[in-house]
Design a protein around this ligand. Structure first.
Ligand SMILES: Cc1cc2nc3c(=O)[nH]c(=O)nc-3n(C[C@H](O)[C@H](O)[C@H](O)COP(=O)(O)OP(=O)(O)OC[C@H]3O[C@@H](n4cnc5c(N)ncnc54)[C@H](O)[C@@H]3O)c2cc1C
Length: 361
């Protein structure tokens, strides 16, 4: 049966202005969905017309090809924040997917609720945070996330996925594994109504420099640190067009980490193997900072390659300076990936979702 087009359906809509990189071609079809019914209508229309769907939030973790998206883009714009006391000094806050993330975090901090303050300043929407288990300064959304309300596109059913079933890991979740299956409709976080925030991350702890702090102070300090690395969106910052970190930090076996350390000494990148930064994650596994690998492979902050480059403040962030194509950015990313692989035998993986762009080239 033919489905009538969803309200507000548009054709050939530019996507670049809807992304923080400001790159990429148009959407063949586009609809802004401000209610769950609009999302369902849009999905039904796409299925009856056999067009592929791309969900878009704040566009801060996507790189879209110049060819754009040949199907329907559903721009998630649902709103609503519902707090509910659950006893024991805890509060569950259910937030619609389209709510912008940082204003929501600001509100929790304003209320004195504890749990999300370290995740201040991250762009994008609430609904995208479980996708890659957004994290910063020693905290990940999985630490406070209670459940995710999803629409399963394979069955059309709506249900809650509890935290334990989300398969959360570093920049990973069930939803990232099978992206065409899930639409995140809302997320419920369990926060403390009051209390002293836990500061785990050494750089943040040093910047706060006292034992007892407040959520406001943590937010303020996180924003300061993030600003110093161009990790908040600021229209006056020349590094502003990015997706934040372009690569995830590789997690390797202890033997591989030892081999990287030996290679680093052999290449004269460090004096001693102990000088290589490495952090145990799970038994037998270690995280090596991608920024360190990139710098030790000869790339520096501020490197320019025509209209793209590396941020002057953060070697993990690739920046569009204006007038570039997605291909320019990806070319630089692949050069960095290949030189790190050549030097250290580690293959860096992109953190953002590459839309219609092959990575294994
Ligand atoms: C300056 C800067 C700093 C950043 N810092 C951090 C950081 O510290 N930590 C971190 O983890 N990330 C960081 N990011 C990356 C990014 O902000 C986050 O990943 C954010 O959660 C992406 O949200 P978004 O709404 O912009 O997602 P989008 O870019 O719109 O989408 C990302 C992916 O999620 C999917 N998606 C979006 N909404 C939904 C939904 N409702 N249901 C199902 N799928 C959906 C999209 O299809 C896409 O595949 C940073 C980015 C920038 C530009």
């Amino acid at each position: 049966m033919t489905q009538s087009p969803p309200d507000g359906l548009q054709e050939n809509v530019a996507l670049a202005p809807l992304t923080t990189l400001e790159l990429g071609g148009p959407a063949r079809w586009y609809v802004r969905a401000a209610s769950e019914n609009q999302i369902k209508d849009a999905l039904q229309w796409a299925s009856s017309e056999q067009v592929e769907v791309l969900l878009l939030g704040g566009g801060s973790n996507v790189v879209i090809d110049e060819g754009g998206w040949p199907g329907l883009v559903i721009h998630m714009d649902t709103r609503g924040v519902r707090p509910r006391c659950v006893g024991n000094g805890e509060i569950d806050v259910t937030v619609a997917a389209g709510e912008p993330w940082d204003p929501f975090v600001e509100r929790t901090v304003g209320e004195g609720w504890v749990g999300l303050e370290c995740l201040s300043g991250i762009p994008g929407s609430v609904g995208a945070t479980p996708i890659q288990n957004v994290g910063a300064y020693g905290h990940e959304v999985s630490h406070t996330l209670q459940s995710v309300r999803v629409l399963d596109r394979t069955t059309g059913l709506i249900g809650d996925v509890p935290n334990e079933a989300c398969d959360f890991a570093y920049r990973h979740s069930l939803f990232k594994e099978t992206p065409h299956r899930w639409v995140v409709l809302s997320v419920t976080f369990r926060l403390l109504e009051t209390g002293v925030p836990v500061v785990r991350y050494p750089e943040l702890a040093r910047a706060i420099s006292r034992d007892k702090t407040t959520v406001s102070e943590v937010r303020h300090t996180v924003l300061q640190l993030r600003r110093s690395k161009s990790m908040v969106i600021d229209p006056h910052d020349p590094n502003r067009r990015s997706v934040g970190s372009f690569f995830t930090n590789p997690i390797v076996s202890t033997e591989q980490a030892d081999a990287i350390a030996q290679a680093a000494v052999g290449l004269g990148a460090v004096k001693n193997t102990d000088d290589v930064p490495r952090f145990a994650t799970d038994p037998g596994l270690e995280k090596i900072p991608a920024a360190w690998l990139i710098e030790k492979s000869g790339w520096s902050k501020g490197h320019r390659q025509g209209p793209v480059g590396i941020s002057t403040k953060h070697s993990l962030a690739l920046v569009h300076h204006g007038g570039a194509t997605a291909a320019d950015l990806i070319k630089l990313a692949l050069q960095i990936r290949d030189s790190v692989h050549q030097r250290f035998g580690v293959t860096l993986k992109p953190e953002p979702n590459l839309i219609q762009i092959p990575w294994n080239q």
